[in-house]
Design a protein around this ligand. Structure first.
Ligand code: AGP
Length: 607
């Protein structure tokens, strides 16, 4: 996704913009640019490629000043060219804007307003620049508000005008923007990471709001153009947390974060004495909880696979009919949703367009809608009628890891809270909670096999395809593990429920088509063992995820990753880590860009 950074204050703005763009690199981009307003002029520099290219280019230009905006572009309309990079201008070069999102009616706007205007790029954003210019009569705030009133689509937008050098206008609709409040200075960005080194006091813009930021003040107006008061929120994350802390990649750091951050997902949200969970954000009375007759998990990608584990947990503990739905499918079906349905919108970024659209559809149909989200103040978090932050901390690698296990832990706590309303006893609840409290240490035992897992990736690095197999609660784990391997190592990997092998996929098996089978000691162990024996009969290589102490598996394969025993319901919290590490090492061995895999973005804020 595109990234926006802006600053207004007393410091030299250029280094702040460049370092801010670097903090947004994880979002995925293909070009970048900066613009600085100084002494009645606005100068802009743009480049294709990485931030380093831009940083080199600005050295040869005199870009002094203390007010500026900058952008990383992830192409949506128009190719990857310098002309299409942001910032964009109108006919004159005294107005500049940076934009994240999609102006859906840009052709119509061009037709209706831009006759006689010469457009330099193929972007929808440039049309918006010209539109603001047309409405500009000396007040940039008014010009932006008038232009946006004509727009259909989504935007995170910052704008500057040479005639108002001490001002940045920021506006958001469907594409996040946050304002950092410093000492006589303000930052504005697509998320908090560019400002964490400078301030942790932030204001999240809501949809439809426009901010006028000057050295003296921050004024925010709603869609009716009325001034609104906003709370200043304190970000929990500091710069250090967001750094790699000595790991080679953000992804490896985040995989190793899991024993720590899982505690943050659990802390203060349970009572051992009562054998239950207390997720305050649920924002439902016991009576309302009793009204729930059905649960729906809505999410995309990894978050969807967490939702699948949540399905097992709710059915097992709460005895409630539960389904997990891909948000992009849900929103275009005719889902059966009513006031007895509890919908969880699960999302790390809290900005995934499909998940947001699906939750809005569920709200329209009268469901209880709750968020299970990582990013504080994100749109999904603010549009649900309650929910829980998973407290995984900043997840900068495009491939999700710690957010997944924190989502799973949070959903299991929700399932316990509902389960204790009727069918789960105190003793069972207490047993589950005690097992959950042992998970952080058991995660460390899985992480301790990092070298062993790395050697397995080395052994299997030449295979172009593989299959992951799991049954029951480990089928979602197989799906998530296969996604990890696909998205960072580009090895083709498909996951199947173990029982499905005989219905087709087994035709794929051959000596050059390995299988990774999750065969931990649980009620489906024998079924998985049969699967593995069928696989071996076809001479396909097998890696086995097994439970510590199970020596029998060594008869089946020498390639075994042992996992500490735990309750079946909690296995995803441990088994998944082995698959995250396997994917990570495979990607490194194959020389891939682990933190920023090709074609992917960290947060998919467009359909
Ligand atoms: C996960 O590794 C992927 N990067 C992707 O599937 C991601 O989980 C999906 O896009 C959903 O993102 P969200 O959790 O921010 O909504």
């Amino acid at each position: 996704m595109c990234g926006i950074v802006g600053y207004i204050g007393k410091k030299e703005v250029l280094p702040i913009l460049i370092s801010g763009l670097r903090r947004l690199e994880y979002r995925g981009y293909d070009s970048a640019g900066v613009a600085i307003s100084h002494a009645g002029k606005v100068k802009k520099i743009k480049s294709v490629g990485k931030i380093d290219v831009l940083a080199e280019k600005v050295k040869s230009v005199d870009l002094v000043g203390s007010v500026g905006i900058a952008h990383t572009r992830w192409a949506t309309h128009g190719g990857v060219t310098e002309e299409n990079a942001h910032p964009h201008i109108g006919c004159q070069d005294d107005l500049v804007i940076c934009h994240n999102g999609i102006i859906e009616n840009y052709r119509e706007l061009k037709e209706n307003f831009l006759k006689g205007h010469t457009l330099r790029s193929q972007t929808d954003t440039e049309v918006l620049a010209h539109l603001i210019e047309i409405f500009y009569e000396g007040d940039l705030l008014k010009a932006v508000q008038k232009a946006l009133a004509e727009v259909r689509g989504t935007y995170g937008l910052v704008a500057m005008h040479a005639a108002e050098p001490n001002k940045i206008i920021a506006a958001r609709l469907g594409s996040p923007l946050v304002i950092g409040v410093g000492e006589n200075e303000y930052y504005v960005a697509s998320d908090t990471s560019p400002m964490l080194a400078h301030t942790k006091n932030v204001v999240f813009l809501d949809d439809g709001e426009v901010a006028e930021i000057t050295l003296e003040s921050l004024k925010i107006y709603n869609v009716e153009q009325k001034a609104v008061d906003k709370n200043i929120e304190k970000i929990e994350w500091d710069e250090a947390q967001a750094e790699k802390q000595g790991f080679d990649h953000f992804m490896l750091k985040e995989i190793f974060d899991q024993p720590t951050v899982i505690k943050d997902a659990i802390r203060g949200r349970y009572s051992l004495d009562e054998g239950t969970a207390h997720l305050g954000g649920l924002n439902m009375t016991d009576e309302q909880m009793h009204q729930v007759k059905r649960v729906v998990m809505l999410a995309c990608g990894t978050a969807y696979y967490a939702g699948l584990v949540g399905k097992y947990a709710f059915e097992r503990l709460a005895g409630l009919p539960t389904e997990a739905d891909v948000a992009s499918e849900f929103r275009y079906r005719d889902p059966i949703i009513d006031k007895h349905t509890l919908v969880f919108a699960i999302s790390q970024s809290g900005e995934t367009a499909d998940t947001l659209a699906a939750l809005r559809e569920a709200k329209r149909k009268g469901a209880f809608v709750r968020g299970v989200v990582n990013v504080v103040g994100s749109t999904i978090a603010r549009e649900t009628d309650g929910g829980t932050y998973i407290h995984a901390g900043p997840e900068l690698a495009v491939a999700s890891s710690k957010a997944y296990t924190n989502m799973v832990a949070t959903l299991i706590l929700y399932a316990l809270q509902f389960g204790r309303l009727n069918r789960v006893s105190v003793a069972t609840g207490e047993r589950l909670l005690n097992a959950l409290l042992e998970i952080p240490e058991k995660m460390k035992l899985v992480l301790a096999q990092n070298d062993k897992i790395k050697s397995l990736a080395e052994k299997y690095k030449s295979y172009k395809n593989c299959i992951y197999l799991g049954r029951g609660i480990n089928f979602p784990v197989a799906l998530e593990g296969a996604l990890k391997l696909k998205e960072i190592s580009y090895v083709h990997c498909e996951a199947f429920a173990g029982g499905e092998m005989k219905h087709g996929p087994i035709a794929l098996l051959a000596p050059d088509f390995p299988v990774l089978a999750i065969m931990t000691k649980n009620q489906l162990y024998e079924k998985m063992r049969s699967n593995v024996e069928e696989i071996l009969a076809r001479k396909a290589p097998v890696i086995i995820i097994a439970t510590q102490g199970d020596d029998e598996v060594k008869e089946l394969s020498e390639d075994v990753i042992y996992i500490p025993p735990t309750m079946e319901l909690l296995e995803p919290l441990l088994n998944t880590i082995a698959l995250q590490l396997y994917a990570y090492h495979m990607a490194v061995i194959l020389g891939k860009d682990v933190d920023r895999p090709r074609n992917l973005a960290k947060s998919v804020t467009v359909e």
